[in-house]
Design a protein around this ligand. Sequence first.
Ligand code: SF4
Length: 347
Amino acid sequence: MPVKKGYFPSRADLGLQSAQQEAFHELAAAATRRNFGNGVFVRAVVEISNFCRENCHYCGMRRDNAELARFRARHEQLAEMILKHCPASVTDINIQAGEDPVAVREIALPLIKTLRRETALGISVCLGTLPARLYDDLQSAGAEIFIMKFECADARQYEWLEAPGTLDERVTHIRLLAEKGWNVSSGFIAGLPGQTVESLLKNFELASALPLEGCSVSPFIPGEKTPLAASPLANADWTFNCVAALRLMRPDWVVPAVSAFNIAARDGYRRGLRAGANLVTINLTPDEWRGDYIIYKRDRFIMTEARVLEAVAAENLAPAATGLSVFYREKKQDGARRTAPRETIPA
Ligand code: SF4
């Protein structure tokens, strides 16, 4: 199955099955190996708050879920845990929360400052849409990667889902972050109720138009205590075809294997790696808070260090020697070198 330069997925690609699907995923995995070798970036995530001012229909942490016990972590405790117990394979920490500006100011910022002072770990954040001044504060503290998913590129469906703000605002913030020098990763949900193939393809159009360094595909999981609790789970084949298509569309992007792959399919994490993903995430949120960080269900599949490294090894891959933040820094330097004039003309 030849794949042309400037690839964009077709309807047929997203619905592939059986041997053709396998061949498609092999092409995607080969594109990953050509660009990144056998190394997979390994980061850890800490979830710092499950308060959220938003009300996304697909998420258990939505503000209308009155049954959820809300928590904010203590930054000193998280810092101590990371400093003392961070697995050796981890090169980057992702700090994640619901849309909770209080947690940004009171937990994320002091935690980032401590990690920047005490470690060489790269730092990414996934904290939602914030005032520009807070983006600057996070960047000055030492974070370099911002994860802001656009979730759904169909503006009408975005509104119906009550996804954060409006799609236009989300896109404006993604562009603003990139202009400010952040390495921005985005993402979308495959298999949302009512999503047509055309609206699924719109996600690829929007992703390719944005100034991104990476993008994820998350399978729709019907979340407990959400308006979509009775909707069907995303089709796993379509989800992994989206991962492969994303990889073939942008061989240079970092594409994560998300823990929800394991809910979408048995061995889902490995299937994601086989379809071209090249970033894995170990969950380091302390047990006492982890149970209430419910994007989908209470019994979410926690990716421990052992599970993550087992999946990586089973696919004949290995933890990357270079961290994600370092990779982005070097990529920018290489780009600057390539575009820099070869000779300086004396004034
Ligand atoms: S997806 Fe994010 S913004 Fe939406 S309700 Fe959940 S935590 Fe809040």
